[in-house]
Design a protein around this ligand. Sequence first.
Ligand SMILES: N[C@@H](CCC(=O)N[C@@H](CS)C(=O)NCC(=O)O)C(=O)O
Length: 103
Amino acid sequence: MDIYGDTQSGNCMKVKHTADLLGLGYRRHAVNIMESELRNAEFLRINPHGQVPVIVLRDGRSLSQSNAIKSYLAEGSHLLPSESCARAKVMQWLFWEQYSHEP
Ligand SMILES: N[C@@H](CCC(=O)N[C@@H](CS)C(=O)NCC(=O)O)C(=O)O
């Protein structure tokens, strides 16, 4: 897996911390959000929305939005319960974070 991110970004660090906590292997690609790196054609092929974080899986599929990535990485682990209400409780905080905290 490849993780594209910028250490100045909390959204990117959340993804990195989740991968590290779960002991997942990945290649890290530093992208500077203050430069125009997110607008070049090579990066836009990875994420047409021109934002980080984004991950690229071994089969070439890419995934953006920090909490979608975190949920994908955490599938089957102790971080994301399978029981529906417990899982929804995790989602509750992820949605809260993006709407009420992150801005
Ligand atoms: N809701 C998205 C937000 C993504 C986002 O806003 N990324 C910022 C860095 S935190 C970015 O790439 N900004 C550069 C830009 O939009 O040009 C997420 O959680 O991943």
